[in-house]
Ligand binder design. Structure first.
Ligand SMILES: [Zn+2]
Length: 429
């Protein structure tokens, strides 16, 4: 039995820093340590006390680095890795110009495997240890992602993206094949090791009512899987949904009528919501996913974090790679801060870190396993250097407290700030 002690400034949350005062919700122990045993967190506390109690433990001294759970990215498209930062389009044109031609290439399993490996390398360097990914319509794209994650021991969720209309030749399935392929993948992978399946209709414009009905039935048969889709990202998209589904009350209703809401449902973007939609999302226990770099990059709008948190919604944070302009959850937190400022509600560094860890894990119904440093949780842990570049170091030197230092790294930091990453207790970077 190997024990490891990771020593540094350990971040812990006692509660939601949007609901409690930050000083009550979050603490940073400047002489802390995390004890890891058999891939799990076995203890968190004072470094000297843990060293004395566990003299055999291998010690990783991380100095003044911030020790926290690995980042959890609640909405990504790993197949868009190679087209990130493509210029000048808005949602529908973005899909047609960049996304669909690239997703076509995933008919080739070798290309899918190569991209999945590259994506997981890039995100590991950014300190992201879990993500919920869309794949493409090709079952091989799902196999590639899960196989690569399994090889690395990573907890991930993902699913076959389903589209049976308004997509080009070669990138459409049918209601029946979407159901059958998703079911076969789910049966092969869901609950295997650290893999979770997510039933994945891309969004209402590319699914017929028959397809959404079939996927709703599949999810009802497997309620412990996730369901992910897009909701109310851009105004043109909402108008298009109204034309395609004239009999529904609103965009959310296109999913709701087929049972595609509830605990484990993840709705990406959710920017331009009607009051009824907000109420139903909250009452049903569905999660919203804020994708701030994507929402500004594609010009979608400003997510109402303060209003939705006050109303009691469960909210995850995400890069939305490659509509989002970064693989980095630090950059994503910075963008969430900027969007908050544009809505008049600046977020505290503790709130940003909570969104990127425990809150995203909660949105994915994984908060009993990841997203926090507590005994029994899986030991996906990162160490953030709070002085990783000359620019950050000089700002951190002027800081009056550690939160000011953390904020500087959120706003200015990149992969150079990620000093170490452990996945399931194993050091991977
Ligand atoms: Zn997306």
């Amino acid at each position: 039995m190997t024990e490891r002690l990771i020593c540094g400034q350990v971040l812990r949350f006692a509660g939601d820093p949007f609901a409690l005062p930050v000083a009550e919700a979050a603490t940073i122990d400047s002489a802390g340590a995390v004890l890891v045993r058999d891939g799990l967190v076995a203890g968190v506390g004072n470094a000297a006390a843990l060293k004395a109690a566990h003299p055999q433990a291998e010690v990783s001294e991380m100095g003044e680095a911030l020790i926290l759970p690995g980042f959890v990215d609640a909405h990504v498209h790993y197949p868009q890795t190679a087209i990130i930062a493509s210029w000048g389009k808005r949602l529908i044109d973005w899909l047609n110009s960049y996304t669909f031609p690239e997703e076509m290439r995933f008919a080739d399993p070798a290309y899918a495997a190569e991209t999945a490996a590259r994506y997981l390398d890039l995100t590991l360097a950014e300190g992201t240890t879990t993500m919920c990914s869309y794949c493409t319509i090709h079952p091989a794209s799902v196999e590639a992602f899960f196989a690569e994650a399994e090889r690395r021991g990573q907890r991930v969720a993902g699913g076959k993206t389903c589209m049976d209309r308004n997509a080009p030749d070669g990138l459409r399935d049918t209601a029946q094949s979407a159901h059958d392929d998703s079911k076969a993948l789910l049966e092969a992978w869901h609950g295997r090791g650290r893999i979770t399946y997510a039933v994945t209709p891309r969004f209402s414009p590319t699914s017929s009512p028959e397809q959404l009905e079939a996927l709703g039935a599949l999810w009802a048969e497997h309620p412990d899987t996730l369901m992910q889709t897009h909701l109310s990202e851009q105004l043109d998209e909402i108008a298009w949904v109204r034309d395609l589904y004239p009999e529904t009350r609103d965009y959310l209703d296109t999913y709701e009528q087929f049972g595609l809401i509830g605990p484990g449902a993840l709705f990406g973007h959710a920017i331009h919501l009607e009051e009824r939609e907000k109420d139903r999302l909250r009452e049903s226990g569905s999660a919203l996913v804020h994708c701030p770099t994507s929402n500004t990059f594609i010009g979608s709008g400003l997510f109402d974090m303060a209003g939705l948190k006050t109303a009691g919604h469960t909210i995850g944070l995400a890069t939305d790679t490659g509509g989002g302009s970064s693989f980095s959850m630090l950059r994503t937190m910075a963008a969430a801060y900027e969007v908050g400022q544009l809505r008049g509600t600046p977020l505290h560094a503790a709130q940003l870190l909570w969104l990127a860890t425990e809150s995203s894990a909660r949105a994915m119904r994984m908060d009993d396993r990841i997203g926090a440093l507590r005994p029994g949780m899986e030991a996906d842990i990162i160490a953030l250097d709070l002085a990783s570049t000359p620019a950050i170091a000089q700002r951190a030197a002027r800081a009056e407290d550690v939160w000011e230092q953390v904020f500087a790294t959120i706003m200015l930091g990149d992969d150079r700030a990620v000093a170490a990453v452990w996945i399931g207790g194993e050091k991977r970077r």
